[in-house]
Structures are given as C-alpha cells and as structure tokens.
Design a protein around this ligand. Structure first.
Ligand SMILES: [Zn+2]
Ligand SMILES: [Zn+2]
Length: 133
C-alpha cells in the first residue's frame, strides 16, 4: 500500500520535474538566444565605436597635418606636405614630381589624394590620414 502511494507520488513528481525541465530548457534556449543577440549587439556596438574612433583619429591626423604642414615618418624625419622642393613618387601610379606628397599631379591618376606618403630621407611609408579613393 505504501509502495503504491510512493509510486503515485513519484509519477506525479516526475511530471513536475518534466515540466520544470521543459521550462528550464525554454528559459535556457531563450537565454542562449538573448546571449547570442547580446554578443552580436555588443560586437556591432564595439565595431561601430571602433570605426567612429578610427575616423575621428584620421580626421584629427589630417587636421594636424594641414595645420603643421609636415608629416613625420617612423624615424622622425620631417616630410613637408606643402613645400615643392622635394621629389615625391605617387604610391598609386608611380608618378615622380616636385610638390605636395599628398596630391599627385598626374591627371590620369586614380588616387590623386595620397593615403600613403614615402619619406624622402629614408623612404619609409607614412599614412597621410587622407583617403586615397
Ligand atoms: Zn598618382
Ligand atoms: Zn624617414
């Protein structure tokens, strides 16, 4: 008699556990989806902030170059961006000219605004902060 009662109790608790497990699975699935969406959201948020920051840094760098009129290569050499006495080679078309390294005078150049400038002293490349295209 007591064993019958126990069995009944067990079957009742089993269905309750089943419901709990089902609910927990539902919550787990929901939490997993929320987590994936959250991670994706955080990823895009960080990505967006990073792009904004890099755009801001580029704009700041370009403004700094325009204000001071010089770029500095990794070795610290001064690269004048306004003086016309130094021979520069366009990194896009290879055009060699005297003038600002930021603007290629070749009218057929596909990237007249140089995104990369070579140091006239050590020939190391420097980012101009301007978009080449
Ligand atoms: Zn060019
Ligand atoms: Zn240099």
């Amino acid at each position: 008699m007591s064993s019958h009662k126990k069995q009944g109790h067990r079957s009742h608790s089993k269905s309750l556990i089943g419901r709990i497990v089902h609910g927990a699975l539902f919550i787990a699935t929901f939490a997993y989806r929320a987590l994936v969406l959250g991670v994706e959201g955080v990823f895009w948020l960080v990505h967006g902030l990073w792009s904004l920051g890099s755009l801001g840094r580029q704009a700041y760098h370009a403004a700094h170059v325009a204000r001071t009129g010089v770029l500095r290569c990794p070795d610290g050499h001064v690269i004048p961006v306004s003086a016309g006495s130094i021979v520069h080679a366009c990194s896009a078309c290879g055009f060699r000219y005297r003038g600002s390294p930021l603007r290629c005078p070749n009218s057929e150049c596909e990237a007249p605004v140089a995104s990369v400038v070579s140091c006239p002293t050590c020939s190391l490349s420097v980012q101009s902060g301007l978009r080449g295209h």
